[in-house]
Design a protein around this ligand. Structure first.
Ligand SMILES: O=P(O)(O)OC[C@H]1O[C@H](O)[C@H](O)[C@@H](O)[C@@H]1O
Ligand SMILES: [Fe+2]
Length: 208
């Protein structure tokens, strides 16, 4: 096995970027069609700022080899679509037993997690908080603050991302919305379809 060289990156909190990253991944508001409950409010956001960056990921990816690691920074714009706070698309890892960690740099976020069977967890992430995303949990970041949300993350390099698991269920089971008092609350996604038990079993059985 050939050796890789050590690497270094710098977290630029103000820019919300990893300086020295090897990859950049950007989603504009226009890219997020179908995510939000309020289609009219979404259309208004797209009309006003469709080409602006809703969230950005800069990461250091030495390889996609088993046993290697991807380290990066994500930056999310603050704001809401209707009553719903800005969020990432969300995914389960394509190799679902791979975990992830997130470290809060600035702003206030919620990690919304859903098990394949539809159990929901929410974890608030402020500066210096470390969030453990366990294997097999679908996860999505939500910016519930009034400032950009910046988080550092790391996960196994061969994890991959599967977006279909959310799309086929009509979204995640919960939505993170304004609670009317400047905070957030989780409410039911009325379009959610519970996964068939056979699908849940097949996800949970994957250990490769
Ligand atoms: O992949 P999305 O759900 O669009 O989220 C964007 C990004 O979020 C996190 O920061 C992950 O670690 C990235 O690998 C992911 O690509
Ligand atoms: Fe992930």
């Amino acid at each position: 096995m050939a050796l890789f060289e050590p690497g270094i990156g710098y977290v630029d909190i103000a820019a919300g970027q990893l300086k020295g990253a090897t990859n950049r991944y950007v989603k504009t508001f226009r890219d997020l069609e179908g995510l939000y409950e309020d289609a009219e409010a979404f259309a208004a956001v797209v009309a006003a700022r469709g080409d602006e960056v809703a969230y950005e990921v800069t990461d250091y990816k030495p390889s996609a080899n088993a046993g290697d690691i991807i380290i990066g920074v994500t930056r999310m714009e603050p704001g809401k679509v209707g009553r719903e706070y800005h969020m990432t698309r969300g995914h389960i890892h394509a190799r679902p037993n791979r975990p992830e960690m997130y470290y809060g740099e600035s702003g206030l976020g919620v990690m919304l997690l859903e098990s394949p069977a539809g159990d929901i967890r929410t974890v608030e992430i402020g500066p210096k908080a470390i969030c453990y995303v366990p294997p097999f949990w679908i996860h999505r970041s939500v910016n519930v603050g009034s400032e950009p949300l910046v988080m550092t993350f790391a996960y196994p390099a061969d994890s991959g991302q599967d977006y279909d698991v959310i799309a086929k269920a009509g979204g995640m089971k919960s939505r993170i919305v304004d609670d009317g008092r400047g905070g957030w609350k989780a409410i039911d996604n009325t379009a959610y379809l519970t996964r068939p038990q056979a699908l849940v079993d097949s996800i949970m059985a994957r250990l490769d």
